[in-house]
Write a protein that binds this ligand. Structure first.
Ligand code: URA
Length: 426
């Protein structure tokens, strides 16, 4: 007899392990609409509170993959590698990383999403480039991967539809921060996408899902095991997200910073993380004889970027949009910037219009926050510390409110920088 939803919810409520057939049934029935949203919400909350074993997480992931199509890149002439970040503030790394790895001879099929809440979405950033389009058919994607070597596009509806439905439900029922559900959600999409190698950038800190290294390590270990069990060469880096990456958070401002990196400049932390992730992707794809730093220096990564943007209708030479209004926040005193909080900056960028509150909202291409110093830098009273950008000046007050208390200028003698790459799992 088929299980029923109340029995499955009751089992997890009572801390029992779900059987393979219970998991297969409930994921499939929910996708078909035979299990109601309120039932799945109750089950998701029971999973959040009572957890899942490794076997349950593996089976749940497999069931979500089976709900849709699987892509196949085996016809390509080069190996594939992808990167997934659990989401952070100022995290534009995909933009320089995908063309850089392509310039090293490994194809990057990057299916990305739009941002929700204070973490920005890669597609929102790229859509600030005039003409660029996020939607590609599977055939277009394959042909661009062969010709250019890198694609960043919207994940189609065919990949893990169970996750699409469940993630939207989790978003409105307080059940996003559950390690079994995050791990299976991310890995079902990445495994269905068909990449040969995968590098996970698991963020730790105020601006991330995972606030502590222990939680991030557990998520990373779970995802690495899921990837390896599915035959995908998978490693994870735990990286710091207590401070935002680079000097910009927003859409066009982050594209500009990425182009700076591809041109051989850009903030040191963005360059460091881009190279660290590129090396892991190349190693996973069996290409660790190539040094990505050479490809940044010789301009071939920039050539791949221009080709990647043009192939999707974008004009890589067009000026990027700018916001109509700016507001400068000066340094309150002279000293060292000892703290710059990722969550405060992310929320400020969001309130300026760079992010959305609901899926259907539009984002402003020019909105965001630019900071002119990083923790550890010496600043002088009155010098610009932040520039806020928006088309709607009435947004400044709410952004300033959240930024206040998100930074500190003081005595730098006790300041010790925290490492960007905290740990490797794999
Ligand atoms: N990103 C995902 O794709 N899924 C989650 O559950 C969390 C972050």
């Amino acid at each position: 007899m088929a299980p029923d939803a109340v029995e499955v919810i009751g089992a997890k409520r009572d801390r029992q392990e779900l059987s393979d057939s219970q998991i297969d049934w409930v994921v499939d029935a929910y996708t078909r609409g035979a299990v109601a949203d309120e039932q799945m919400a109750a089950l998701a909350m029971a999973i959040l509170l009572n957890g899942m074993s490794r076997r349950e997480i593996g089976r749940w992931t497999t069931a979500m993959i089976a709900s849709g199509e699987r892509m196949d890149f085996s016809s390509l002439s080069r190996p594939t590698a992808d990167k997934h970040s659990t989401g952070g503030v100022g995290d534009k790394i995909t933009l320089p990383l995908a063309p850089l790895v392509a310039a090293c001879g490994v194809a990057v099929p990057q299916l990305s999403g739009r941002g929700l809440g204070h973490t920005g979405g890669t597609l929102d950033k790229l859509e600030s480039i005039p003409g660029w389009r996020a939607s590609l058919s599977n055939d277009e994607m394959l042909s661009q991967l062969e010709s250019v070597g890198a694609v960043v596009c919207a994940a189609g509806d065919g990949l893990a539809p169970a996750d699409k439905k469940l993630y939207a439900l989790r978003d409105v029922t307080g059940t996003v921060p559950a390690i079994p559900l995050i791990a299976s959600s991310i890995m079902s999409k990445k495994i269905a996408e068909g990449t040969g190698a995968l590098v996970l950038d698991v963020k730790v800190g105020t601006g991330a899902f995972m606030g502590t290294v222990d939680e991030a390590r557990e998520l990373a270990t779970t995802m690495v095991a899921l990837g390896q069990d599915a035959g995908v060469s998978t490693v994870a880096l735990l990286t710091d997200m207590s401070t935002p990456l680079g000097l910009t958070a927003g859409n066009a401002v982050e594209v500009q910073e990425s182009v700076d990196v591809l041109a051989g400049g850009g903030p040191a932390d963005v360059v460091e993380l881009t190279l660290a992730l590129a090396r892991e992707m190349l190693a996973g794809a069996g290409h660790d004889d190539v040094d990505p730093a050479d490809r940044l220096a010789d301009g071939s990564a920039m050539d791949a970027w221009r080709a990647m943007i043009s192939a999707q209708g974008g004009d890589p030479s067009a000026p990027l949009p700018t916001a109509r209004e700016t507001h400068v926040v000066p340094a309150p005193s002279s000293g060292t910037l000892t703290r710059l909080d990722a969550l405060a900056v992310g929320l400020a960028a969001w309130r300026l219009g760079a992010g959305r509150a609901r899926k259907e909202d539009a984002v402003q291409a020019g909105a965001g926050v630019v900071w002119h110093a990083r923790p550890g830098d010496v600043v002088t009273e009155g010098q610009p510390l932040f520039t806020l950008h928006t088309d709607e000046p009435e947004r400044f007050d709410r952004a300033l409110e959240v930024l206040e208390g998100g930074y500190a200028v003081g005595d730098g003698s006790a300041y010790t920088p925290s490492p960007l790459v905290i740990e490797r799992v794999g």
